[in-house]
Design a protein around this ligand. Sequence first.
Ligand SMILES: O=c1ccn([C@@H]2O[C@H](COP(=O)(O)OP(=O)(O)O[C@H]3O[C@H](CO)[C@@H](O)[C@H](O)[C@H]3O)[C@@H](O)[C@H]2O)c(=O)[nH]1
Ligand SMILES: [Mn+2]
Length: 593
Amino acid sequence: MRAWGWQVFLGHSGGHDTDGNELPRLVYVSREKRPGFNHHKKAGAMNALVRVSAVLTNAPFFLNLDCDHYINNSKALREAMCFLMDPIVGKRVCYVQFPQRFDGIDRNDRYANHNTVFFDINLKGLDGVQGPVYVGTGCCFKRQAIYGYDPPPKDAKASGGRSQGVCPSWLCGPRKKGVGKAKVAKGGKKKPPSRSDSSIPIFSLEDIEEGIEGIDEEKSSLMSLKNFEKRFGQSPVFVASTLLENGGVPHSANPGSLLKEAIHVISCGYEDKTDWGKEIGWIYGSVTEDILTGFKMHCRGWRSIYCMPTRPAFKGSAPINLSDRLNQVLRWALGSVEISLSRHCPLWYGYGGGKNGGLKCLERLAYINTTIYPLTSLPLLAYCVLPAVCLLTGKFIIPTISNLASLWFISLFISIFATGILEMRWSGVGIDEWWRNEQFWVIGGVSAHLFALFQGLLKVFAGIDTNFTVTSKQAEDEDFAELYMIKWTALLIPPTTLIVINMIGVVAGISDAINNGYQSWGPLFGKLFFAFWVIVHLYPFLKGLMGRQNRTPTIVIVWSILLASIFSLLWVRIDPFLAKVKGPDLSQCGINC
Ligand SMILES: O=c1ccn([C@@H]2O[C@H](COP(=O)(O)OP(=O)(O)O[C@H]3O[C@H](CO)[C@@H](O)[C@H](O)[C@H]3O)[C@@H](O)[C@H]2O)c(=O)[nH]1
Ligand SMILES: [Mn+2]
């Protein structure tokens, strides 16, 4: 394996279609990686690709797919273009996100790999606010949005424009309210900048140094090459390309020099002292770079679009065995914790989006939810432990509450229930999918989310890093051999413990009630209900732990032992030959006979 290196294959140029247009070429890029340079994993790879494609073709839109995803619908790209090039909404659209769909998942989707609640309910709902979050794959971008430019102002007339050019915030000064207003007023007098005009030539180095005509004369002093280099890095060809809203490369450019420049922009030191990964491109600093990248665009006032063609646009593979799935969820949750503990936390980042409206309130709420959710693992853990504690100690967790409080409780319960029903009806998500999602929420919550919380705290406050390993994918041949694979990981400990203590609790509770006679059965049912609730949620986990059932029917054995012990206890109790006085001594249970 090579530790570092780059290769660019331009392929054979000169292929033409029947109309004489040059045929598309496939270019394989692998960037330079060198010890001492942080390559920033996927985010770094995407940024290198963005730059190299800007030099080679500079298309105004591009598609991003993971290495484990493929195109499943040939018309998908056209659908995305309909949104991105729409004369009205298109100008403010930063990306079109498609749902992730998967192949090769077990029929019962034991670990909720399809994630339909997230894709068909959450993201679809967000489309009605400011658009779905970016989920890392199956997404068509507007190049200008990736470059950190702001969307054109909402009211095109106010700035006097026909096709309004996007204005980079770093050129137009700080996005303070006053400055924004001044600019709008000024725009009323003057022709606005428009880079959609194809007559504007690509800017040469000199042009940039002198300030670019037609962008903003007053600010031209700011637009020295230095400013561009500080932001985009030291490639004049690349810098010039960022100003072409409609893309394209100059005809005059000779392939040899472009190739040289392509190599330059994927060298490992290129991003040093630039805004790459900080303000532009894929944003670094979280293992879920996708959420952060989309978040920054929404903060600038862009909107995104959710596109769900009937035939899935793209499909991918997902980890189907328990350990890999938990590790995947762990990584996502870790990424969220990292964002929550950074300057980018949606609780405090991105206020004052200025003239473009910035992040909408509800969209912010959604981002808060997508980043701080690992915190819910703490109460969840408590709720899963308490039923067992109750059964083992004989105390009851539900306090007797006042009428008012129970009214609140009931109305909360009803509204949650109603939301669930409506969501399912509107999204077409079945009750079975919804239920699996609930189950996996608890399983992931008491394992992956919990670990992520602590790993995240360690990483942010103590600098102890954890690895990003590419999620394993199922083997395609055997009939879900992977599903039954168990790789040892500490993630398995908390859910296993919870299952065991709740089961012991059930046994202990029942045997206790048997010993104590009929009056203790009433409260027992309440306690058993909560313990069963925990067990049914963790049930897929238990099944996963047990491995392949037709080979090792361990689960059957466990259940048998459990049921057997209950029944044997029962039998002991009602045994007609057992004299009542010789039963378990009642003095121990505190019942005074
Ligand atoms: O060092 C790396 C690691 C990953 N990748 C890419 O990142 C993708 C996602 O990694 P994968 O192991 O497949 O993780 P998943 O959990 O399946 O990915 C989901 O979650 C990631 C965020 O954690 C998103 O980036 C992905 O788009 C999303 O599909 C891979 O397909 C690769 O294309 C790299 O380019 N370099
Ligand atoms: Mn993947």
